[in-house]
Design a protein around this ligand. Sequence first.
Ligand SMILES: [Fe+2]
Length: 296
Amino acid sequence: MMETVESIILNGFNFQKMTSENLDKLFELNPNRREHIRPISVESSGAFGIGGYQYAVCEYIFVEDVLMNPYDVRDFLISSSYVCEQNGAPGMQQVIANDWVRPYLKYLYYLLHVKNIVKEGRMGMNHFAAYTNVFWKEMPCRDINYHRPHIDPGDYAFNLFLSDTFDEDDGTAVYSLTHNYEKWVDVMEMESGCGLRLEEIYKMMYPEEFGVRGMDKWKCFKGDKDYALEGIIPAQFNCISGYKGSLFHSPHYDISKYPDGHLRYSLVSMVAPGVLERTLSDVSKERIASQLDKVL
Ligand SMILES: [Fe+2]
């Protein structure tokens, strides 16, 4: 039987009210945070136009000690929505409304602009989609999750790590895929430069033998005959990592290093596809080209 209207009272919402002032205070940025652009160095193969040199072909954003109250933010996120574990991704995900994390998204928006990743006016707050990833030892997943790197459905992904017990070598692993002796770390650059159609690249990424065995348990992928591990974007407590969604990547979560019950908890904020006009790789290539101009 449906509840009567009279059973819902205004005071019943009091404990769930959140003012914008409280939200700003909760997500207060640490004035001593440290913002970096860091390279992932890949042995040059000529794939990026300048053969014979070793240089960075992709870069990522890394912000250290970003929040003043990371534990309060973590408690707030955990209690703010239900968790789903049946959406195809490993572990569990919690959809987080943009309004709940608006001050944080404003900061990501600022980072994207100030680092020249997206031009002013090309996106707004609603181009973000936020959710948390809850990964743990023994979590259910498919072989396609743990034996293959993936690309994201968004242009750019940010991770705010809120577990305080990560091994320093864990994080997000970036891989290269080789075709005709050329290495590629970015599916979009591979499509435009390697002579294969996107569908053919997808067949390389996801051979038929993967994804047909049902649910299994997480294993940490470290590369195989197709993929070479090129670098790991670190996961550190209260730090943000940001990278292009088109990189071949996967969570590097080596469960052999952790006790039973360990959780890898992070807030993911994804920029919608089609938003970015200039990418970090473009910036990298311009910087490399200008450096080479000076050398030559
Ligand atoms: Fe991803």
